[in-house]
Design a protein around this ligand. Structure first.
Ligand code: ADP
Ligand code: MG
Length: 222
């Protein structure tokens, strides 16, 4: 599903990632951890085509992402569900519309989009909020809407960047179990987190990023 070759990333001449090689197979669940500033977000952004490597190759679902033209990116992103820290909801649309909007963009009929959006909201315990505007929701609820939005299209690859950052322990556990279910159904899942309690909650392949390299790749705890 993912292959990185000699991936080098400089920001303003400063090396953030110094020649990474990595393979993640379809259906894997992988934690990406390491201290703040290690380059976790940068790495996810390159998988998603939001940043380009300075050198090296990024392959996702048999496509070379770093060579895609701008207009080819939406095609890639249709395969990827992204749960980012700085999620942006459409402020003038309801919770339900925030999700149907994306599904419609991906080509679903209005009816199918509504059905799917409602299902995923139910699963995240948010269906009673479907008609609310984002501004009246708590931070945790808003984050769950962003998660619902990422999952609604049933992507084959899920990239989650500190997805439990704004959630309390119960909701964090719930989210993790949801990601597990989705992984069990066949999706590849990558969760970037600096929260070690998350790593301990679920036995999974864990990559530790540090000093621009993958310093550890294996089960957790080491
Ligand atoms: N757009 C950018 N321009 C310059 N430096 C950046 C940019 N984005 C991130 N960085 C720097 O790259 C390093 C890695 O950042 P990031 O990938 O966000 O780390 P992490 O997600 O592991 O906390 C940090 O030192 C950060 O300041
Ligand atoms: Mg980050």
């Amino acid at each position: 599903m993912i292959r990185l070759r000699s991936l080098l990333k400089l920001y303003d001449g400063r090396p953030i990632l110094r020649g990474l090689d990595l393979q993640v197979d379809a259906g894997e669940f992988v934690f990406l951890t390491g201290p703040s500033g290690a380059g976790k977000t940068t790495l996810l952004k390159m998988l998603y085509g939001a940043e380009r490597p300075t050198e090296g190759e990024v392959w996702v679902a048999h496509r070379r992402v770093d060579a895609l033209k701008h207009r080819e990116l939406p095609m890639l992103r249709r395969k990827i569900g992204v749960i980012f820290q700085d999620f942006k909801l459409l402020s003038h649309r309801t919770v339900l519309e925030n999700i149907t909007f994306v599904l419609r963009f991906h080509g679903l009929s209005s009816r199918e989009a509504h059905k799917r959006a409602y299902q995923v909201l139910r699963r995240l315990g948010l269906h009673h909020r479907q008609s609310a505007l984002p501004e009246v929701l708590s931070g945790g609820e808003q984050q769950r809407v962003a998660i619902a939005r990422a999952l609604a299209y049933q992507p084959r690859l899920i990239l989650a960047d500190e997805p439990t950052g704004n959630l309390d322990a119960d909701l964090a556990a719930e989210l993790l179990s949801l990601l597990c279910d989705i992984n069990y159904q066949g999706a590849t899942v990558i969760v970037a987190t600096h929260d070690h309690s998350l790593l301990e909650a679920l036995p999974a392949r864990t990559l530790v990023l540090g000093h621009g390299r993958i310093e550890y790749d294996g089960s957790w705890p080491p």
